[in-house]
Design a protein around this ligand. Structure first.
Ligand code: R5P
Length: 310
């Protein structure tokens, strides 16, 4: 493979730096700023000609800014004759807009995929996509890694005996099974009903939680509403008031911290796909995915299978 250059957008420079350290290479020199009117200004301070460029940028909130920033960096690399451009998008924003719920709705995840390809991305690496079929919105290779093994390692010695893995909705059952297999437990599924775009309720607990501590897993925590409703339903169904939460992407928007500050919550584990905002939250544990991403880039360098690092 051509020489590698690792560039960072502004979504999570700390993660990009950690990946560079793991790879033992310096972070590529670039300046990403805003013009006075808010438009994005990018300058690459070193040549990328015939280099394999990897750009680390989660499209996390503010999602539109981070998305356009990624596109502008890609455009700069393409015009500067990079040989290959790989977007490392640890958190893929708009992933939940993956289907139409009504007649006059967009499929925004599909549109984002189209736009990213149009600007010149050759390859995407992402993590725990909301739904695997999002890969199908791309015509270029997409490697969707998973943080489940990393989170399981972090959780392994923190889990109370007799715990069950809880999927907060039917969409997360496969992920819950992965956790249960790796942590040697069983799965309980909650049936979630969406009352509005911001409000959900649990209509049924499928499985026995009587007197059992719970590990509630999810791909992402946004407002914390899904987890908060899950806790209420599990306690109502007789679960032991000892809840551990694990999710790949910790967005923690709006009143998420208040929603998750329930006395039964012992610990919350997320990864650093999104730059952590909360530094004084005792229950919050952030596990780095930098070694995983670095291992994936290493596989690119040697043209080896990414499957080996998953
Ligand atoms: C929904 O399908 C997702 O997997 C998450 O459960 C959801 O997006 C989390 O959002 P919030 O924390 O706002 O409930």
């Amino acid at each position: 493979m051509d020489k590698v250059i690792l560039l960072a957008g502004t979504a999570n420079p700390r993660l990009a730096t950690a990946i560079a350290q793991q790879l033992n290479i310096p972070l590529g020199a670039s300046v990403v700023e805003r013009f006075p009117d808010g438009e994005i200004s990018v300058e690459l301070l070193e040549s990328v000609r015939q280099k394999a460029v990897f750009i680390v940028q989660s499209t996390s909130p503010p999602v539109n800014d981070h998305l356009v920033e990624l596109m502008v960096i890609v455009d700069a690399c393409r015009r500067a004759a990079a040989s290959r451009i790989t977007a490392i998008v640890p958190y893929f924003g708009y992933a939940r807009a993956d289907k139409r719920h009504g007649w006059r709705e967009p499929i925004t995840a599909s549109m984002v995929a189209e736009v990213l390809q149009t600007v010149g991305i050759n390859h995407v690496v992402t993590l725990d996509l909301h739904t695997p079929q999002i890969e199908g919105f791309f015509h270029i290779p997409v490697d969707s890694l998973t943080a489940v093994p990393i989170l399981c390692e972090a959780l392994r010695h923190r889990l109370p005996s007799g715990f069950v893995v809880v999927s907060p909705d039917t969409g997360r059952v496969q992920m819950a099974i992965q956790y249960a297999q790796q942590l040697n437990s069983s799965v309980v599924v909650l049936l979630k009903h969406r009352k509005s775009s911001s409000e959900t309720e649990v209509t049924c607990v499928v499985g026995d939680v009587s007197d059992r501590p719970c590990l509630i897993i999810d791909d992402m925590i946004s407002t914390g509403g899904t987890i908060a409703r899950s806790i209420e339903a599990l306690l109502k169904a007789g679960a032991h008031p000892e809840m551990i939460i694990a999710a790949t992407h910790g967005l923690f928007v709006k009143k998420a911290r208040a929603q998750l500050s329930h006395p039964s919550v012992q610990a919350i584990f997320v990864t650093d796909t999104i730059a952590p905002k909360e530094t004084d939250w005792q229950q919050l544990h952030v596990v780095s995915i930098a070694p995983l991403i670095a291992a994936a880039i290493q596989q690119f360098k040697t043209d080896d299978s990414i499957n080996k690092v998953c």
